[in-house]
Write a protein that binds this ligand. Structure first.
Ligand code: SF4
Length: 466
């Protein structure tokens, strides 16, 4: 699984918003390493700088200095819709209206074909679902409505996941879809009685890095508008019947461990996942180790709850970026060795409990288990801090088709045999929810097949028709 974009919007009169936005995007680099971009308004025009690559590669002092003004939005991208080509990098710009506008999007729309057809377009003529939204907004604005009115019309017809920031001449707008699949939070720069700026971002660490104070999350269906040092809130979209549906994998894997989501710190939730995994069943072992990075807090929790010593058994190469080569199964297996290397002296002769966050195709997990056995592990007991991943995601996470998901057509015993470990156990959905401290506020469609928003396939009692 790959993360699927981070967004930032910032308004701070008199401050160097380009460097602040750079720092915020840097804090969101884990959400997308394919491309990065910013769009700023400088009292005359919108300037967009974007390119393929990491935030630190795309921006230099020269490009940051070109992004003057006090309003800016930014984006880190992993393509889950449309082309990975640099032309699809965000923010997306349109010249409609007095000054034009730019938008950046985290999530995936699920009714793009219908939206495109409504104005005589096809998705093959669009770079991505974000490009389609920009095009639909531009057509509305060209008919004489304001950008806010256009957002209400276009996003009111959109289905699926969107946490979006939109820049125009005098304002930055931040909108979250009616179910709140992807996170989006608001922070304040300066003291509460005299703020000198505001920031919206996908995760709270982007607020921390610019010295902003967390204020609150953007509500599902809400639009927050920042103009100068003033913030206003509008109920732009009808909230969906039922509670928020924040992606449960934000807690398991995607979000930074220092992030807070729905009032819960991600690191603590991951530790509790390990504790509850240990409570689910026991196995005799010598060491507990986590698969870096997101498996480590769960392994620490497992070790503490089980009394089995925690050890670092794998070293991660932190400089692995996104490969632009579409990997086959063999390449995926090799990529494990590029990314992880076992500490042989720690592992040799030991009965290991290995905690990882998820199993998607199973190819990398199988390669990992083989690597640990090659390093001399006596036994490998795999513990997974999410239930079996049996259904594809349509809401902004890059997952393979159902036929390629290991859990789609196999029970746990068959998965264990394929992976080649001595035992395999997944945390139950009940325990995962308990670890997070939430019940119905999370989407868990990839674990249950219960999709909270329409998807572009038919899901029936007998399963999905693709
Ligand atoms: S289907 Fe899974 S990965 Fe996608 S939003 Fe829902 S919980 Fe997250």
């Amino acid at each position: 699984m790959k993360e699927a974009c981070g967004v930032v919007g910032l308004v701070a009169p008199g401050r160097d918003v380009a460097h602040l936005c750079f720092d915020a995007l840097y804090a969101l680099q884990h959400r997308g390493q394919e491309s990065a971009g910013m769009a700023a308004f400088d009292d005359h025009q919108i300037t967009v700088v974007k390119d393929n690559g990491l935030v630190s590669h795309v921006f230099s002092e020269t490009t940051l200095n070109a992004l003057s003004g006090s309003l800016i939005i930014g984006h880190t991208r992993y393509s889950t819709s449309g082309s990975a080509n640099w032309t699809a990098a965000q923010p997306v710009y349109r010249s409609a209206g007095a000054s034009g506008f730019a938008l950046a999007h985290n999530g995936n729309l699920t009714n793009t074909a219908e939206l495109a057809a409504s104005v005589g377009l096809t998705m093959t003529s669009m770079l991505s679902d974000s490009d389609l939204v920009a095009e639909l907004l531009a057509r509305e604005v060209q008919c004489g409505v304001t950008l806010v009115e256009a957002l209400a019309t276009v996003l009111g017809r959109a289905q699926g996941a969107f946490s979006m920031v939109v820049l125009e001449a005098d304002a930055v707008h931040a909108v979250r879809d009616p179910r709140g699949f992807r996170p989006l939070c608001l922070g304040r720069l300066g003291p509460p009685d005299a703020p000198d700026g505001w920031i919206v971002a996908s995760e709270t660490p982007a607020l921390d890095v610019v010295g902003a104070t967390f204020v609150r999350e953007i509500e599902p269906g809400e639009m927050v508008t920042i103009e100068g040092t003033r913030v206003t809130s509008t109920r732009l979209l009808n909230p969906a019947a039922g509670p928020t549906r924040l992606c449960i994998f934000e807690f398991v894997y995607f979000a930074r461990p220092d992030a807070y989501l729905l009032g819960h710190q991600v690191h603590g939730a991951r530790r509790r996942m390990g504790e509850l995994l240990a409570a689910q069943s026991s196995v005799a072992a010598d060491l507990v180790m986590g698969v870096p990075d997101s498996g480590v807090p769960a392994a620490e929790g497992y070790a503490q709850a089980s009394g089995i010593p925690f050890a670092q058994g794998l070293v991660k190469n932190r400089y692995i970026g996104r490969t632009f080569i579409a990997p086959d199964a063999a390449q995926r297996a090799r990529s494990v060795r590029r990314k992880l290397n076992p500490l042989r002296e720690t592992i040799a002769g030991q009965r290991l409990i290995v905690v990882d966050d998820s199993i998607v195709r199973g190819t990398t997990t199988r390669a990992l288990v083989g690597m640990l056995r090659d390093a001399g592990a006596a036994e490998v007991h795999l513990r997974i801090s999410s239930p079996p991943f049996a259904w594809p995601c349509y809401y902004g996470i890059d997952t393979p088709s159902r036929d390629d998901l290991l859990a789609a057509h196999r029970d746990v015993a068959a998965m264990r045999d394929y992976i080649g470990c001595d035992s395999l156990e997944f945390i139950s959905l009940e325990n995962l929810r308990a670890a997070i401290g939430l019940r119905d506020e999370c989407c868990d469609a990839c674990l249950t097949g219960h999709y909270p928003a329409p998807v572009p396939v038919v899901i029936g009692a007998a399963g999905a028709r693709w």
